[in-house]
Write a protein that binds this ligand. Structure first.
Ligand code: ADP
Ligand code: GN1
Ligand code: MG
Length: 371
């Protein structure tokens, strides 16, 4: 569905939530690749302005939005209790869903699009690149801690919101099918990138096999742990709130670690066109490793710790392969804002994979240092 059309009922959606005050403005917000996010400002007499986040949930990707919202309500209610019990502020340290006028966590509009709303977390920022290593460290502690806070959550009650989300081997098969179909006639121009994927086939099975053999435990994980999915307090610089909970599902701790490395330990933006600028910083890798292991509070198994570098490489490779798949398929999945955007993104990921392969011994030595 065309995004402009999909968002055409935004005013109808706004009407249907329990928002307080008079709407002053509604602006597109943030840099997410999947949902359509808006920042709404409301004014109230004598109380000034307040803001909320309104999102159109991408129902072509999340095909059961009701399940996504059921997961989010379950997880955030659970987190709220834990945060309060630890003396934290549940209004700021987890997402808070605003209900619709008929008491639901989402609104389905007259063209079939799904909307949800959250309290706006004020005085905090989501970063697209690491500005200060300390922020990356704090994000690592928070993502590790998030996983540990959810370690007692009933995993069987969670819906799998995207089937096989980090099943790299299954994604490899999809990739090969898309190459075969060559819908957009783009295959011949990216043979080098395709060969890169094909040459890594054995890597696509490592973690899935270990899970099947029960060498790695299934945990409740976030599954999309990039830096811009965490909010950092503008004053204390603590990572206060993990956001973007659409993919909280049973998964692997090493993948949560890995996805953060893929995005945050890169020396360049995810869509950087000059590949000379792209590498995996070992300083940032170390910073994150230290924070994540601390945040997990000793609960990672020996095998999980050992496999952290594999998680980093697997998530980077998988993401690159997904960008390339989407490029070959006609750019339907990830939002793009320029020609070849997904191809540029794929190239940065493959450059990072190559760089990690070069730095493999260093990555393992860093992990060993913190075990
Ligand atoms: P996507 O799935 O498209 O990545 P996100 O849920 O990550 O969507 O939201 C996109 C961006 O919107 C975030 O990176 C963040 O900047 C902003 N955002 C999301 N939720 C909130 C919130 N509750 N308070 C403030 N900003 C938010
Ligand atoms: C998407 O939603 P967002 O922008 O936080 C994607 C992730 C990718 C990421 C790449 C549901 O994350 O899996 O790693 O883009 N989310 C989904 O930047 O597919
Ligand atoms: Mg996001």
């Amino acid at each position: 569905m065309d995004r402009e059309y999909a968002c055409s009922k935004r005013a109808e959606a706004i009407e249907n939530f329990q928002f307080i005050g008079t709407l002053v403005s509604a602006e597109p917000y943030g840099n997410g690749h999947i949902n359509d996010t808006f920042r709404l400002v409301f004014s109230q007499p004598d109380m000034g302005n307040h803001r909320v986040i309104l999102q159109r949930l991408n129902h072509e990707i999340f095909t059961h939005p009701e399940d996504v919202m059921e997961n989010i309500q379950g997880v955030t209610s659970y987190l709220r209790k834990q945060i309060a019990a630890n003396g934290g502020d549940p209004e700021r340290e987890t997402l808070n869903v605003i209900l619709t006028k008929d008491g639901k966590p989402y609104y389905k509009d007259s063209i079939g699009c799904y909307w949800r709303a959250y309290f706006f977390i004020e005085n905090a920022t989501c970063y697209d690149q690491v500005e200060k290593p300390e922020d990356f460290y704090e994000s690592a502690v928070a993502f590790g801690h998030f996983q540990m806070l959810l370690s007692g959550y009933p995993a069987e009650s969670l819906h799998e919101t995207i089937i096989g989300f980090h099943d790299t081997a299954a994604r490899f098969l999809t990739f090969k099918k898309v190459v075969e179909e060559d819908k957009c006639g783009r295959v011949s121009s990216v043979q080098k990138e395709i060969d890169f994927v094909l040459s890594h086939e054995t890597d696509t099975r490592i973690l899935g096999d270990m899970l099947a053999e029960k060498k790695l435990p299934l945990r409740v994980t976030h599954n999309d742990t990039k830096l811009n999915n965490i909010m950092i307090d503008n004053v204390t610089r603590k990572a206060i709130c993990v956001i973007d909970l659409d993919t909280v599902m049973p998964g692997l701790a090493v993948n949560d670690f890995g996805d953060s490395i893929r995005f945050g330990a890169s020396t360049a933006a995810e869509d950087e066109m000059n590949l000379e600028k792209v590498s995996c910083s070992m300083e940032l890798f170390e910073t994150y490793t230290k924070g994540f292991i601390e945040g997990c509070e000793g609960k990672l198994t020996k095998e999980e710790l050992k496999m952290l570098p594999v998680g980093a490489k697997a998530m980077t490779f998988e993401c690159g392969m997904r960008f390339l798949t989407d490029y070959l398929d006609g750019d339907h999945y990830f939002k793009i804002s320029r020609e070849n955007h997904n191809l540029d993104r794929c190239r940065t990921q493959f450059k990072l994979v190559e760089d990690m392969e070069q730095k493999w011994d260093t990555m393992n030595a860093i992990v060993a240092k913190y075990c």
